[in-house]
Ligand binder design. Structure first.
Ligand SMILES: [Fe+2]
Length: 315
């Protein structure tokens, strides 16, 4: 794991910064906060900035973990029952600011207007009525691994997760494409734009598919775009074999981490697929609770579907 443990000295710099930003902006959803997030992030400790810069630039691993940020379990309050029921601003604003400042060192946070009310920083928790569904707010069924928003070429480059609580040690799962042994013959096929991607259930207003390759970039260390549950069954035996081969290879290399309170996990959406283990939720305010952001390295890719150059919401 590409990992950084914050020192007391670093926390001594981070906490006043986060407090000062919180006093200026009530919420990370404020346009004024988002416009300035990258500027504030320059005041994070240099070792943390260098760590995230290496993760972005050199792609040493498909995931990285920042640990040591203290979360006060009593202060954050109960795990909300639904993402719409955001606890009144204050209880997790500082945690959200820390996650967003780290994310700002990787790119610009984006949101989708039709996903969770267009929120930039989303609460992930089990929702009672979704208990048996295979979605982010489900619990009893594992969330099968996938590339986030695989259908869209302007999908985020990174997903940032910050743990508020995880008392049942529910694992966030992932597989790193660089750790999946690949057969060059199958790689050749997977590099061809012969695979049809469909929107996942979080994009209900859309159904149109896009034909694209599953692997791209450098054949020796490829990028991956893969969400088998939301892709058409390939038409030829050759493409079917290649797709089945990669599904098996990813399955065999799936690993994960049970995040601890305060830990931030950044997943490179080009170098890793991710999911979640199943668990038995209690729905009593003590369940697993994560914050999530989506980060784009190049906002311009989605300019055609956003209102203004600095707007973060994809329409
Ligand atoms: Fe996801």
């Amino acid at each position: 794991m590409h990992r950084l443990e914050l020192t007391d000295e670093e926390l001594g710099a981070i906490r006043p910064l986060v407090k000062e930003v919180a006093s200026r902006h009530g919420s990370v959803e404020e346009a004024d906060f988002l416009d300035n997030a990258n500027t504030y992030a320059q005041e994070l400790p240099r070792r943390l900035r260098a760590f995230l810069n290496t993760f972005r630039l050199a792609e040493p691993r498909g995931v990285c973990l920042i640990s040591g940020y203290p979360v006060d379990d009593a202060k954050i309050g109960k795990t909300p029952p639904h993402w719409r029921k955001k606890p009144d601003g204050s209880s997790t604003t500082e945690e959200e600011i820390f996650l967003n400042l780290c994310g700002a060192l990787l790119g610009d946070a984006i949101a989708w207007s039709h996903q969770r009310g267009g929120l930039i920083c989303q609460d992930l928790m089990p929702i009672k009525v979704h208990e048996s569904k295979m979605i982010g707010s489900g619990s009893e069924r594992a969330l099968v691994w996938h590339t986030e928003d695989a259908r869209y070429s302007y999908r985020g480059d990174y997903i940032g997760l910050m743990c508020m609580r995880n008392p049942d040690a529910v694992r966030t799962t992932f597989a790193l494409i660089d750790e999946v042994p690949l057969d060059p013959e199958q790689v050749d096929v997977l590099f061809e734009p012969r695979f049809v991607f469909r929107p996942d259930p979080s994009h209900p207003s859309d159904s149109e598919g896009e034909k694209a390759p599953v692997l791209f970039g450098d054949p020796k260390s490829p990028y991956i775009r893969f969400d088998p549950y939301c892709m058409d069954r390939p038409e030829t035996e050759e493409t079917q074999t290649a797709m089945d081969y990669l599904i098996r290879a990813v399955d065999e290399n799936l690993t994960g981490v049970a995040l601890l309170p305060g830990e931030c996990l950044f997943i490179d959406n080009y170098k890793a697929v991710h999911g979640r283990s199943s668990f038995k939720a209690r729905f009593d305010g003590t369940d697993r609770w994560l914050k999530r952001i989506n980060i784009a390295r190049d906002l311009r890719k989605s300019r055609g579907v956003r209102k203004a150059p600095a707007s973060r919401v994809i329409l």
